[in-house]
Design a protein around this ligand. Structure first.
Ligand SMILES: Cc1cc2nc3c(=O)[nH]c(=O)nc-3n(C[C@H](O)[C@H](O)[C@H](O)COP(=O)(O)OP(=O)(O)OC[C@H]3O[C@@H](n4cnc5c(N)ncnc54)[C@H](O)[C@@H]3O)c2cc1C
Length: 466
């Protein structure tokens, strides 16, 4: 058995660490380099605002593929009876991850499995002459391992190019939408840039924090995520045929035609059932596209795909609708051309509909533009070092790093890096849909199997742990 390091203390790191604790034997050590003191929650599940809801029904959430009902049971213990169809607070899922990790670690401890949780950040990964890796920790010290998994999640947000240095330094521009720093004066107008799921949560929090503030949200298409129906949908009856036809066609336009035909199908299936039913083939559809076709999808369809595929919980949707109806929230479709000043900030937007430019003032501007996967531009020291030393290379469309579908990283020549893997949003370029828990826990299970081939587990070890 090998020594393995998991780098990243979010839900993906927790899932792969937990899987490895079950599969590891007594010869190797599993290191979890978490980069934080409360590992497991990561960005998504660290919120303590109970209006920040999961966008997946409780029955679809979980950390391990073989423990399907555990989250529902945990939620039932915390909140009273919970239904599989409910959209629960993300905080509860964060607590669930921590509880699962405690249980896996104590089980591993009881079986004498060696593991180590290190709250440091990984600063660099070097390949050693023996084929293993040396990991330098930011706080000092190194680890020698045979394999490493990058589970570093979303990149730190970068300011939009149109934001001036003065605006950034003013304190009125917030790069981190989850930051809850108290302000000296409540803002009169708050502008949120972005209209995805993060923007929805940001608006819901802002409306409560600053009850008198006028809210404005702007994105290029001004399209908020669609809502989930209150009850689970019946599947589209011809989904298997549709998915087979999608897999057989080449190019984005014919795929779009097929999906449109399905949406117009007289069977009356809900459009959301059709989109959800594509989930099992999305990665293969993406992999079947050429680079030019992927680019075409990103340019013309990404915005509507994201809004349709990554929908809001009904309660979140209704909270935003109430803000719109009470005229507290205004939605603009346009491009932010400039954010300037020392506070209040002057924001210039070109309208998508009229192409006219207007400038207005906002006391607070919050950037909620969502997942950034452009590793080549990231200021992350670990990624910068991996790219510099050729251990990783950016995906050509800046969707994370180049990798095989199983997560193994590729170098600039397309050679797989033995023992070096990624999981989660870093793999968007090779998998497209790989950031939500249902995909992450499946990937974690498969990766754990790859890293611990079963002939490595002695019969006695396997028998003891199952
Ligand atoms: C607001 C929000 C809501 C979401 N809601 C849902 C939902 O309801 N259902 C769902 O299925 N999915 C949801 N998602 C998708 C979500 O991305 C995944 O569920 C999951 O949380 C991703 O976890 P992760 O570990 O990949 O990334 P992250 O949560 O970003 O965690 C990465 C971790 O790695 C650490 N790290 C980074 N660099 C280093 C380093 N060099 N060394 C050590 N550690 C490092 C970071 O500090 C961080 O703790 C949501 C995402 C967001 C942002």
């Amino acid at each position: 058995m090998a020594d393995i390091a998991i780098i990243g203390g979010g839900a993906a790191g927790a899932a792969i660490f937990g899987e490895l604790l079950r599969r590891q034997d007594r010869r190797g050590t599993v290191h979890w380099i978490t980069g934080c003191v409360a590992p497991g929650r990561g960005v998504a599940y660290a919120t303590d605002d109970d209006r920040h809801l999961l966008n997946v029904r409780a029955a679809g959430m979980g950390l391990f593929v073989d423990q399907k009902d555990d989250f529902l049971q945990h939620a039932g213990r915390c909140l009273g009876p919970a239904q599989g169809a409910d959209f629960l607070p993300r905080r509860i899922f964060g607590e669930f991850i921590e509880a699962q990790m405690r249980a896996r670690m104590s089980e591993a401890h009881a079986y004498g499995i060696r593991f180590q949780v290190n709250h440091a950040k990984a600063a660099a990964i070097h390949r050693e002459a023996d084929g293993g890796y040396r990991i330098d920790l930011e706080q000092g010290g190194t680890l020698a391992v045979d394999a490493a998994v990058l589970a570093i999640g979303a990149l730190a947000p970068r300011p939009l190019k149109t934001v001036s240095v003065e605006a950034l330094a003013s304190g009125a521009y917030e790069l981190d939408p989850w930051n809850r720093t108290e302000l000296d004066h409540p803002p009169r107008r708050v502008l949120v840039i972005g209209t995805g799921l993060t923007a929805v949560d940001t608006l819901i929090s802002a409306a409560t924090r600053w009850p008198r503030a006028e809210l404005v949200v702007v994105s290029r298409h001004g399209l908020l995520p669609f809502r989930h129906p209150a009850a689970p949908l019946a599947p589209y009856p011809y989904q298997d045929d549709l998915n087979a036809a999608l897999l057989a066609c080449s190019g984005v336009a014919p795929m779009l035609r097929l999906v449109r035909e399905a949406l117009a199908d007289p069977s009356g299936a809900d459009w959301r059932a059709v989109i959800d039913g594509m989930r099992p083939v999305n990665a293969r559809l993406w992999q079947g596209l050429t680079l030019a076709q992927r680019r075409q999808f990103l340019r013309h369809l990404r915005w509507v795909w994201e809004a349709s595929r990554h929908r809001t919980a009904p309660a979140s949707f209704e909270a935003v609708q109430a803000l719109i109806e009470s005229e507290r929230l205004q939605i603009q479709a346009g491009r932010v051309l400039a954010v300037d000043g020392h506070g209040p900030l002057a924001v210039t937007v070109r309208s998508r509909a009229t192409q006219l430019t207007s400038t207005f003032e906002a006391d607070r501007v919050i950037q909620a533009t969502g997942l950034d996967t452009a590793v080549a531009y990231a200021r992350d020291p670990l990624l910068a070092q991996l790219l510099r030393e050729g251990l990783a290379t950016p995906d050509p469309l800046q969707l994370g790093v180049a990798a095989r579908p199983d997560g193994q990283l590729l170098d600039a020549e397309g050679h797989a890096q033995p023992g070096l893997y990624g999981i989660g949003s870093l793999l968007r370029g090779s998998l497209w849909e790989c950031t939500a828990m249902p995909e992450i826990r499946t990937a974690a299970s498969r990766l754990a199997q790859t890293l611990t081939p079963s002939d490595d587990l002695g019969d006695e070890e396997t028998a003891t742990k199952q």
